[in-house]
Ligand binder design. Sequence first.
Ligand code: AMP
Ligand code: ZN
Length: 133
Amino acid sequence: MSCIFCEIVKGKIPCYKIYEDEHTLAFLDIGQEGFGHTLVIPKSHSESFINSNLEELTYCIKTAEKISKHYIQNCGFSGVNILINNGESAGQSVMHFHIHIIPRKNGDNILNWKIPKDETSLEEVRKMLEVKE
Ligand code: AMP
Ligand code: ZN
């Protein structure tokens, strides 16, 4: 099955490249939800965050850190949101692991989380979600 991000890595689909190294590629998100909305991907295909190996995740995190610093130190932004959607229910639409970087400025008001408050007690939630190795 063809993967749009693998096609971008191979150069078969164009992208607006921000950065590239041996293991990762970063390019502008076509949706531009926020000026400079950027995606960081591993060059080798893995479906999602939980399906990536630690090495690939590390390469991507290092690239995301490098670009975030560049945006903040050299491009006039004061912060970034780092976002990973894992799985369809979490909003992942492209099944090639990617990290979103959304550059931010004070008062830009561009991220408007619409997550309703959950009323379950924290102890109940903790009991259900605790990691038991
Ligand atoms: P997600 O919803 O986390 O899977 O994010 C996938 C992102 O990929 C979306 O924000 C899309 O706008 C973006 N996208 C899809 N196709 C392309 C493309 N050809 N070039 C750049 N970004 C893309
Ligand atoms: Zn792929």
